[in-house]
Design a protein around this ligand. Structure first.
Ligand code: NAD
Length: 272
């Protein structure tokens, strides 16, 4: 049984990650900003999941969280940094407080939590795994998403840098990069129009938080023991290219586009 610390655990993807680890019999420490929703998530999981409210915009909070989880429930084996904010913020509108708030949650918190985790694991001579939740935005800018995309691109580089330095201590650091998955979020609301526009992918079905959670469990676990510094894109193939563009055709070419003819992929596959 592993001890798994998940930030953003009251959220859509963080909650699904916590559920997936709990279903495998792991011990969970759950962290999020507000105690109320977090306690409800912990109650849903049952079986001794511990809730820890922490506002990760506080510079001292990430390290304090890891240390508290370690002290209360024993050594942490897996750290999942899933807390994140994705406000709509144009590059012409951004100011220092908005930029700093976004980067505090999306970049500084996972980096500082990883540092605290690494210090404790190295002191104890223990291996471990960190999984950062990135985004397809790390690869592609989109209107209103520049600061967010910048934070996730930086998080992917921080993932590789930490993997490089910590591998010798048996600590693997990877990222999982979700494509768009619908969550019900007070913190990160998106409009129906946006959800419809961003949802298309080559596999032809929407992703679910559980699709992301299963990938996180896999990359944190023993079957991925020779993988570090990797960014696993779990997005129905949406990062492969520009699906919305028409097929290139020459004058007089009357063929239908292959995408229009492609059958829809089956719904979510069997559980592993
Ligand atoms: N939903 C998607 O389509 C999608 C796609 C790519 C990446 N992501 C990433 O997945 C992660 C989870 O997002 P989600 O879609 O489940 O959203 P969500 O809003 O449901 O979850 C985010 C969680 O982070 C917590 N959080 C925010 N600020 C915090 C702070 N200061 N301190 C502590 N906790 C804080 C929120 O309270 C919330 O519970 C984020 O890192 C997000 O960037 C989401």
């Amino acid at each position: 049984m592993a001890h798994v610390l998940v930030t953003g655990a009251a959220g859509g993807i963080g909650g699904a990650i916590a559920e997936e680890f709990a279903a495998r019999g792991d011990l969970l420490t759950l962290a999020d900003r507000d105690a109320g929703p977090l306690t409800r998530t912990a109650a849903r999981l049952g079986g001794g999941a511990v809730a820890h409210a922490a506002d990760l915009t506080d510079p001292g909070a990430p390290a304090a969280l890891v240390e508290a989880a370690w002290a209360a429930n024993g050594p942490v084996d897996v750290l999942v940094n899933a807390a994140g904010v994705y406000p709509s913020l144009d590059m012409a509108e951004v100011d220092a407080p908005a930029w700093d708030r976004l980067f505090a949650v999306n970049l500084r918190a996972p980096v500082l939590a990883t540092a605290a985790f690494a210090r404790l694991a190295i002191a104890d001579g223990r291996p471990g795994a960190v999984v950062n939740i990135s985004s397809g935005s790390a690869l592609r800018a989109r209107p209103g998403g520049g600061p967010y995309a910048s934070s996730k691109a930086a998080l992917e580089m921080a993932t590789r840098a930490a993997a490089l330095e910590l591998g010798g201590h048996g600590i693997r650091v990877n990222a999982v990069s979700p494509g768009f998955v619908q969550v019900s979020s007070d913190c990160n609301p998106v409009s129906a129009e946006y959800a419809a526009a961003i949802g298309a992918n080559p596999l032809g079905r929407p992703g679910s938080p559980r699709d992301i959670a299963r990938a996180v469990c896999w990359i944190a676990g023993p079957d991925a023991s020779w993988i570090t510094g990797e960014v696993l894109r779990v997005d129905g193939g949406s990062s492969t290219g520009a699906l919305h563009l028409p097929r290139i055709w020459q004058p007089g070419d009357t063929r239908a586009t292959p995408l229009a003819a492609a059958p829809a992929a089956p719904t979510e596959g069997p559980t592993a």
